[in-house]
Design a protein around this ligand. Structure first.
Ligand code: IPM
Ligand code: MG
Length: 354
């Protein structure tokens, strides 16, 4: 198969980690007889420097016209003082909205080789950590009106039934493919938007009788994720709650550097990115962990290109690399072999298909 992939290297460690993911994709192409064409897209701080805009229309168009988008990370201190509507992150939000990718899937799964890297007690880790956060990605407070008037700043949080229903369906369908348990997370004791969220989820539940739906307040969920993570199968939640809970969930698995994500909308053209940021403090030092990006590329093959065996090959190669004892600094532990970003990519690429 031939696929056209838009590649956003971005800022900070973005170019390094994306470079390693492309190395892995090239190996897959070679072994399985595919052609992956890459089109570079400028987004984030580097696009502000080049065009004065974090995502010019021409760059967004390249993404929309591609078969899928692979993204590293954007942002950095250098652009901290630019106005809100021009920040690097705004490019990312415009990309998500422009591609219509309303459903963000963030797995929290502990690799058996890394169970010692989790900050949780061994007895909790041993119960198992394997759940998915389905995060609504193009609505809510991120996309409501933002304004500052004198000494007052306002951000609007708004959802309508249709927006909740479409992400709710993804939550139920994801649970149907797993252990059939869906936990809807909101703040219905305080927010109107959360009361609507809960109402829509319960109405939808009638259509998915095989899935067991539960409700949880977001503050309680933050607590339960560290207290008893094995209770979760699929969590569905709104944009900002999902942002916060997915960082928390990633940390209990050992390192945020390991976690990929997929974002999909109505078509198969998806956006694939690690959930971590651009880490400017370690940029250019060849020490970043590229696995989150490499696993995002695997998700692209699985969800957008229908290449399940190729995706399995990447995931198995990551597992074999960990089995062999290689670790980047973020997941380093005693007795393991420390490697840099480039070496990590190479060691994984050479384990594809074996
Ligand atoms: C994420 C990030 C982004 C978000 C930022 C960079 C805008 O934190 O993907 O989780 O808040 O969605
Ligand atoms: Mg985040």
């Amino acid at each position: 198969m031939t696929k056209n992939i838009a590649v956003i290297r971005g800022d900070g460690i973005g170019p390094e980690i994306v470079g390693e993911a492309l190395k892995v994709l090239d190996k897959v192409a070679e072994l399985y007889g595919h052609t992956f064409n890459y089109t570079d897209v400028d987004m984030g701080g580097c696009a502000i420097d080049k065009y004065g805009d974090p995502l010019p229309e021409s760059e967004l168009k390249k993404c929309i016209e591609s078969d899928s988008v692979l993204l590293g990370a954007v942002g950095g201190d250098k652009w901290n003082d630019v106005p809100g509507h021009m920040r690097p992150e705004k490019g990312l939000l415009r990309l998500r909205a422009g591609m219509g990718v309303y459903s963000n899937n963030r797995p929290a799964k502990i690799w058996k080789q890394l169970s010692a890297a989790s900050p949780l007690k061994k007895s909790i880790v041993d119960e198992g950590i394997d759940f998915i956060i389905v995060r609504e990605l193009i609505g809510g407070i991120y996309f409501g009106e933002h304004k500052t008037e004198g000494d007052t700043a306002i951000d609007i949080l708004k959802y309508n039934e249709a927006e909740i229903e479409r992400i709710g369906r993804i939550g139920f369908e994801t649970a149907q493919k797993r252990n059939k348990k869906l936990c809807s997370v909101e703040k219905s004791n305080v927010l109107d938007s959360s009361r609507l969220w809960k109402k829509v989820m319960h109405k939808l539940a009638e259509e998915y009788p095989d899935v067991e739906l539960s409700d949880m307040l977001v503050d309680n969920c933050a607590m339960q994720i560290v207290k008893n993570p094995s209770q979760f199968d699929v969590i569905v939640t709104e944009n900002m709650f999902g942002d916060i809970l997915s960082d928390e969930a990633s940390m209990i698995t050992g390192s945020i550097g390991m976690i990929p994500s997929s974002s999909l909308g109505a078509t198969s053209c998806g956006l694939y990115e690690p959930i971590h940021g651009s880490a400017p403090d370690i940029a250019g030092k060849d020490i970043a962990n590229p696995i989150g990006t490499i696993l995002s590329a695997a998700m692209m093959l699985r969800f957008s290109f229908d290449m399940a065996k190729e995706a399995d090959a990447i995931e198995n190669a990551v597992s074999a690399y960990l089995d062999a004892g290689y670790r980047t600094g973020d997941i380093m532990s005693e007795g393991m072999i420390k490697v840099g970003c480039k070496q990590c990519g190479e060691l994984i690429a050479e384990r594809i298909g074996i």
